[in-house]
Write a new protein. Structure first.
Length: 519
């Protein structure tokens, strides 16, 4: 007879196996459009032993400088590529979110969710959260932020839970590493500043402590925390780019055009709906509202405030959804999970556990059959990227030497397969200040029918690489019911113009890409 302890460990082993398989299939199901430039920039750093300053991939920004706020992530990506091609890269970015969830679960199970029934309910919620986060996982550098945000929140929560600052000393190396890995470290800085501000507010307004039964750090620990936070923030200025890192990222805040014109920054309620994210958020809200006596002793105001802020961010942009997941799982779930399965008789509990293990095992087997490891992403995703067009240009250098206008979504891919070819735009610098607006806004003017000819002539563009067909706008029945939008075809204004202009000739076409050359 198998002991209950073995059954418990087996259940969790299969659960994490299912999570790993879901992440694996998602990772190998698509290619991040920016992967190519991340890889090439990492290669440049490795070969030159210097971080990049000169903008070298776009002819439109010839001679301009830039700040690679992901330089260390790019270097790690290239190192993995050298180690084992795309398989090694994929494996790392599969294990990264999985390890993040393991760390989160270990902390919550140790300090908050100690009953088996509570952990079961949490695991079910976590599975929904993972599925909702899949669009943001894969070979995506923002996975570093997912891990580092979890670590930051655990540090803060452990300090507030124990009323000590022992773990706060990790803030300095954490923020320094984060500033080297990804520009989202600014979020970490904001959270840390918010935490110290909250501790000060509790000192100034003790009525808050009394009403919410809050505890605050003593004066000695608060002074130490202030010093730790100051050192941690100063260390972010000790990165290779120094203050330029802040000024560069500040451009994203001064012009927010990209928020409404890059799909990843849209809201989950814009078409097409991001159903899993909406479902997860509604589950959390229903569970929170259904929890009786939510505002009672040991409910911490700071957790509610952070969760609310993260919910607002996720409602404004799907890009921030993983942050909302972290906040809701760490700060809300332990409070509202009140499922108690202890009253179920022993036989029923064994049957439930057996069914759970069987379902997880069958799911794992089914998912494992769908895995198809990919060694070279630049030849395996040609249904979405212009593999044939690039090969045509490379074999016809009289075309390849011409000044090109390219599709924004293909910029990163083109850098990956043809780094020596200068482009008009890629995914690194959409917010770059260009002619009194951003480069992305300048790019969008090429798609305004009345400006196409003027823009092509203004930049003396001789070659245009665009999509052969724009994806149709096809809202499902629910989206049509709610918004009133109907399915319709989409046409690329540049294609419509060039195919009728006598000064241009179609020199290459396939199901993915078109190449027009000026005669």
């Amino acid at each position: 007879m198998i002991s209950p302890k073995i059954v418990k460990y087996l259940s969790w082993l299969i659960f994490y196996l299912v999570l790993a398989l879901i992440l694996t299939i998602n990772c190998l199901n698509y290619l991040d459009p920016d992967f190519g430039w991340h890889l090439r920039v990492g290669e440049t750093i490795a070969q030159t032993k210097n971080i990049p300053y000169d903008q070298s991939y776009m002819w439109s920004l010839e001679g301009k400088t830039w700040v690679d706020h992901e330089w260390l992530s790019n270097l790690i990506t290239y190192g993995l590529w050298v180690l084992g091609d795309y398989i090694a890269v994929s494996l790392f970015f599969i294990l990264l979110p999985l390890a993040s969830l393991l760390i989160l679960n270990r902390y919550l199970f140790t300090h908050y969710l100690k009953l088996a029934s509570h952990r079961l309910a949490f695991a079910s919620l976590e599975l929904v959260a993972l599925i909702a986060c899949l669009p943001h996982f894969g070979v995506r550098l923002q996975e570093f932020s997912f891990l580092l945000t979890i670590l930051l929140f655990i540090i803060i929560d452990s300090c507030r839970r124990t009323q000590t600052i022992k773990n706060a000393y990790w803030l300095a190396p954490l923020l320094f590493l984060w500033a080297c890995l990804h520009g989202s470290f600014l979020f970490g800085v904001a959270i840390v500043l918010g935490w110290i501000s909250y501790e000060i507010i509790l000192k100034i307004f003790p009525i808050i402590k009394n009403y919410f039964y809050e505890e605050s750090l003593n004066n000695k620990n608060l002074k130490k925390l202030l010093l730790i936070v100051l050192v941690a923030i100063l260390l972010t200025l000790a990165t290779p780019y120094g203050t330029k890192l802040y000024s560069f990222l500040g451009d994203y805040a001064t012009n927010r055009y990209y928020l409404s014109n890059i799909e990843e920054w849209r809201t989950p309620y814009s078409l097409p709906f991001v159903y899993w994210q909406i479902i997860y958020t509604q589950i959390i809200l229903v569970l929170v509202l259904a929890t009786r006596n939510y505002f009672h002793k040991n409910t911490q105001l700071w957790k509610l405030v952070i969760a609310l802020l993260l919910l607002i961010l996720a409602s404004r942009s799907v890009r921030h959804f993983p942050l909302w997941v972290i906040g809701s799982l760490l700060f809300l779930a332990p409070r509202f999970i009140q499922l108690n399965l202890e009253n179920i008789n022993l036989v029923s509990k064994k049957i439930i556990k057996g069914l759970i293990i069987l379902c997880l095992l069958l799911t794992a087997i089914t998912l494992s059959l769908k895995i198809n490891f990919i060694k070279n992403p630049f030849t395996n995703y040609c249904d979405n990227f212009p593999c044939g067009a690039v090969q045509f240009l490379k074999t016809n250098p009289h075309y390849g030497d011409l000044k090109i206008f390219n599709d924004y979504g293909w910029g990163g891919f083109l850098i990956g397969v043809w780094p020596e070819k200068k482009l008009f735009i890629d995914g690194r610098l959409p917010q770059y200040n260009f002619k009194n607006h951003t480069l992305l806004e300048e790019y969008s003017e090429f798609f305004q029918t009345e400006k196409i000819k003027t823009k092509l002539d203004e930049y003396e563009i001789k070659l245009v690489l665009i999509r052969a067909k724009e994806p149709a706008f096809e809202p499902d029945w629910l989206e049509q019911l709610i918004t009133g939008e109907k399915p319709r075809e989409r046409k690329n204004p540049i294609n419509e113009y060039l195919k009728t202009d006598p000064d241009w000739a179609l020199v290459y076409s396939d199901e993915v890409a078109l190449i027009y050359a000026r005669k």
